[in-house]
Design a binder for this molecule. Structure first.
Ligand code: 8YV
Length: 320
C-alpha cells in the first residue's frame, strides 16, 4: 500500500522528520523556491499535516479538501481553528502530558526568579557590581506566605499547584468551572481570584475566550505586592496595561515566558527592572521536545493505521 501524503509546512525537530519519513510521503514546501506553488500542486493529495505554530484557519483548510488530521506540536493549539476542523470532520491532536512536568518546573523557577530578583542578582555578579558596589540589594518580596491564584487549573496548572503547595503557598483557582474533587478555593471570576490572591499564575490557553482577560482591573485587584507569572499564552495579558501597572507600582513584579507577538517583546516591558523575561522556554528541553515530537508522529501513525488518534483535542473527540 502506498504511504499517505502528509505536509509539514515548517521544519520540525529531527525526531519528527525521521519518524514521519518512515511512515509517510512527507512534503516540505519550505524547501521549495515557491512554497505556495508546492502547496497548490499538492492540494488534492494531502491527507495529514504536522504543524508547529502554523496558522490552520479556513484558508489553510480550503487548500486541502482531503485533509483528515492536523497533528499539532504543542499542547496549546490556539494556532488551529479546531471548531472549523470539527465542522469539516478533520481530527486535531496536540501534545499533552509529556510536557506537564517540564512546564510546571519552569513556572516555579520563573516564580522564584521573579520574587527574589534572581536574574538581576546574576547580572550583579557578571557585570562586576558585587566587587565594585558590594552586596546585592535585598529583594523586597518573599515567596513565603504568598497566595497563589492559578488561572487555568488543567494538567499543567495542577502540576504547578502541587509544587507550590510543597513550598507552603496557599492555592486558589479560577477557570471555566469549579472542578469536582479539588479542595483549593474556586473563584467564579478572575477578578475575585485576583482580589483573594497576591500572586497570579497564568496557565490559561490562548484564543478568543481568554484574550486580554488579565487587564488593568485584574492587576489592580492583585495589589501593590502583586506578582504576575505567565507561562500560558501572551494573548491572555493586556501587555500595555501590565507595563503600566508595573511602572506605577500598581503591582510589584512580573515573570513572563510568553508574549502576545513573539519573538517581539514590548520595549515598555524590557525597560522595567521588575520584569523577568524568558524566550518561551516552558517545555524547551531536548528530553521534553523529543517526547512532544514523538507524540506528533504517534498521532499520525495511529490515525492512518486505525482511524484513531492518541491525543485528540476536545473539539474533535475520538469516536468510540
Ligand atoms: C512550545 C507550547 O513552545 O506546548 C505548547 O503549547 O507553548 C510550547 O511547548 C510550542 O509548542 C512551540 O514550540
Amino acid at each position: 500500500m502506498s504511504k499517505p501524503d502528509i505536509i509539514v509546512p515548517r521544519v520540525m525537530r529531527d525526531v519528527v522528520m525521521r519518524g514521519l519519513a518512515e511512515h509517510f510521503n512527507v512534503h516540505k514546501p519550505y524547501e521549495a523556491a515557491d512554497p505556495f506553488a508546492v502547496m497548490a500542486e499538492l492540494s488534492q493529495t494531502i491527507r495529514g499535516a504536522a504543524v508547529l505554530g502554523q496558522k490552520v484557519d479556513a484558508a489553510f483548510l480550503d487548500q486541502f479538501p482531503n485533509l483528515e488530521i492536523v497533528a499539532n506540536f504543542g499542547v496549546g493549539y490556539d494556532n488551529i481553528d479546531a471548531h472549523d476542523c470539527s465542522a469539516r470532520g478533520i481530527m486535531v491532536t496536540n501534545t499533552p502530558d509529556v510536557l506537564t512536568d517540564e512546564v510546571a518546573d519552569t513556572a516555579i523557577g520563573l516564580l522564584i526568579m521573579t520574587v527574589r530578583e534572581l536574574s538581576a542578582a546574576e547580572r550583579w555578579v557578571r557585570d562586576g557590581s558585587w566587587k565594585a558596589k558590594g552586596a546585592f540589594p535585598l529583594s523586597k518580596a518573599t515567596l513565603s506566605g504568598r497566595k497563589l491564584g492559578v488561572l487555568g487549573l488543567g494538567r499543567i496548572g495542577k502540576a504547578i499547584a502541587k509544587r507550590a503547595e510543597a513550598f507552603g503557598l496557599e492555592i486558589h483557582y479560577h477557570g471555566r468551572s469549579k472542578q469536582k474533587g479539588i479542595a483549593f478555593p474556586y473563584h467564579a471570576t478572575l477578578l475575585d481570584l485576583a482580589t483573594a490572591c497576591d500572586t497570579l499564575m497564568i496557565v490559561a490557553p490562548g484564543g478568543e475566550d481568554t484574550h486580554h482577560i488579565v487587564n488593568a482591573e485584574v492587576l489592580k485587584a492583585l495589589g501593590p505586592s502583586g506578582i504576575v507569572i505567565n507561562i500560558g499564552r501572551g494573548t491572555v495579558v493586556d501587555e500595555a496595561a501590565l507595563a503600566e501597572a508595573l511602572a506605577d507600582g500598581t503591582i510589584h513584579a512580573a515573570g513572563l515566558d510568553v508574549f502576545e507577538h513573539e519573538p517581539n517583546v514590548p520595549q515598555a516591558l524590557l525597560d522595567l527592572e521588575n520584569v523577568v523575561v524568558l524566550p518561551h522556554v516552558g517545555s524547551a528541553s531536548v528530553h521534553t521536545r523529543d517526547a512532544m515530537g514523538q507524540l506528533v508522529v504517534d498521532n499520525l501513525v495511529s490515525w492512518f493505521r486505525s482511524g484513531r488518534a492518541v491525543t485528540s483535542v476536545p473539539e474533535t473527540p475520538q469516536k468510540s
